[in-house]
Each structure stands twice: as structure tokens, then as C-alpha cells.
Design a protein around this ligand. Structure first.
Ligand code: APR
Length: 240
């Protein structure tokens, strides 16, 4: 089976009702990123940061995967698919994707403030205990914090993601402004023979020499179009 790698960002979940970050009305217009999504912000005011993520987490049970998430999951019938997502929601998994790498962490997980990437400290929160409060402790006794990669922190999954990108036969980018590194740099690892498809309703400034096919649509409509293109290509190859 051919390897398809799908890099997703906030636009993937926009049609499910989760705000993007940098669009107008996006999260970073309502909150200062350095206050709620940086390690320094957490050290200055942990309660503000815990509350910000508690609110995001409480939204999860109220939203559902969109058609785009479902079509991404359905591709597993025809391709060896890995989703590399910058999103911290669980909508890819809930749509049925079985191979998801979360570059920026997961909202439904919590970890230790002292050793955030130690697997022994990472716990999954359940629907009855969604909030993290000041005073909640991780296994190592330090304050429990969201399992989120904040600005100023290393991205532990990036090497694995770069390797996965380097093995792609087809690479698809959905709903990311490609503003945030190292995630945005993954495209550089895509082999030159692999076609790159970009699904985003807006122009995305690519500062690379990469050739790509822009499907200028939202995630769901864009995925429908991508599927048609791929089926057509396979059919043309067969009839040669
Ligand atoms: N379908 C597809 N794409 C969409 C849709 C949609 N319905 N609506 C908006 N978009 C696109 C926007 O045009 C934009 O290019 O999604 C992109 C969202 O970009 P950002 O808000 O910058 O989100 P993202 O790229 O995921 O941000 C990366 O920044 O703050 C951090 O950690 C946060 O993981 C996040 C990272």
C-alpha cells in the first residue's frame, strides 16, 4: 500500500466548530498567546493557563468530527495513512483514524510540570474529571498540567514526524497557516517524487520551492475533491 501522510492544523477542525488561531475571530485575537500558551505564561500565572485549557477541553464533548475528518479516516481502506496533526483535539481519532501523531500534545491528557514528556507521568483525563485545578498532582508529586507543547518548549514528536514525512508517497496538508515551526518545516522532508496537495480556503504563503496542488476549499469539500482526483489518477494509470 502507498504511504499517505496528512499534516493537519486548526482549519481541519474549523467545520466542527473549533476556532482556528490566526483567522479573524481566532483564538489569538481573544487571548495573548504568550499568556496562555507559553512556558513563561504558565510559570507567571498557572491558574490562567489551566483555566484556558479547561475551557478548551470542556468544548470537546460538544463537537463532532466533520466530513473532512471522516474522509481522512476512510482513506485507510486504500492507503497506509499517518496523520500528523498540530491539533490537540481528538477528532481524528473519533472519526476512526488509527495512526495519529500529535505534534503539539493532546487536550484529553495531563502530565507533570517537572517531567512533562516522561511517559510515566502522562494520564488520560476522563469525561467526569475533565478540569485540572491548582493543587492537582502528577505521579511525581509536581503540579499536574495540560499535556500540551507550549511555545518555548521542545516538540518531542518532531523527529518521528520528519521520518514519516520522508517516507511519504503522497503528502496532504489541510488547514494550517504553516506559521509555526518546526511543524511547518516538515514539508522539506517530503521526497521529490511525492505529490503535495494543500487543502485550505485561503492562500497559504509557502516560502519554499515546493511544487504543490492547491485545492482552495474547506476541509470537507477539499477532501471530497482530493478523493476524486486520486481515484481519477489511479484510473488513468490503470487504463494506460
Ligand atoms: N478548512 C480548511 N482550512 C481552513 C478552514 C476550513 N474550513 N478554515 C480556516 N482554514 C485555514 C486557514 O485559512 C488557515 O490557513 O486553517 C488555517 C489555520 O491556521 P492557524 O489558525 O494558524 O492554525 P495552525 O496552522 O493549526 O496553527 C499552528 O499554532 O498557536 C499554535 O499550537 C497552535 O497548533 C497550533 C499552531
Amino acid at each position: 500500500m502507498k504511504k499517505m501522510v496528512i499534516l493537519t492544523g486548526a482549519g481541519m477542525s474549523a467545520e466542527s466548530g473549533i476556532s482556528t488561531f490566526r483567522d479573524s475571530g481566532g483564538l489569538w485575537e481573544q487571548h495573548r498567546v504568550e499568556d496562555v500558551a507559553s512556558i513563561e505564561g504558565y510559570e507567571r500565572n498557572p491558574k490562567l493557563v489551566l483555566d484556558f485549557y479547561n475551557e478548551r477541553r470542556r468544548q470537546l464533548p460538544t463537537v463532532k468530527p466533520c466530513r473532512g475528518h471522516e474522509l481522512v479516516a476512510a482513506l485507510e481502506q486504500h492507503f497506509d495513512v499517518t496523520v500528523i496533526t498540530q491539533n490537540v483535539d481528538d477528532l481524528h481519532e473519533r472519526a476512526g483514524s488509527t495512526n495519529v501523531v500529535h505534534l503539539h500534545g493532546e487536550l484529553m491528557k495531563a502530565t507533570s510540570t517537572l517531567n512533562p514528556n516522561d511517559p510515566r507521568q502522562i494520564v488520560t483525563l476522563d469525561a467526569d474529571h475533565m478540569d485540572i485545578h491548582l493543587g492537582d498532582k502528577a505521579a511525581d508529586g509536581s503540579q499536574l498540567r495540560p499535556f500540551i507543547v507550549w511555545f518555548g518548549e521542545a516538540v518531542p514528536e518532531i523527529e518521528r514526524a520528519a521520518y514519516i514525512a520522508s517516507e511519504a508517497d503522497i503528502f496532504v496538508v489541510i488547514g494550517t497557516s504553516l506559521n509555526v515551526y518546526p511543524a511547518a518545516g516538515l514539508i522539506q522532508y517530503v521526497p521529490s517524487h511525492a505529490p503535495i496537495y494543500l487543502i485550505d480556503p485561503k492562500e497559504v504563503p509557502w516560502n519554499s520551492l515546493h511544487r504543490y496542488h492547491h485545492i482552495q476549499k474547506g476541509a470537507s469539500e477539499g477532501m471530497e475533491e482530493l478523493l476524486k482526483m486520486i481515484v481519477l489518477k489511479a484510473w488513468r494509470n490503470c487504463s494506460r
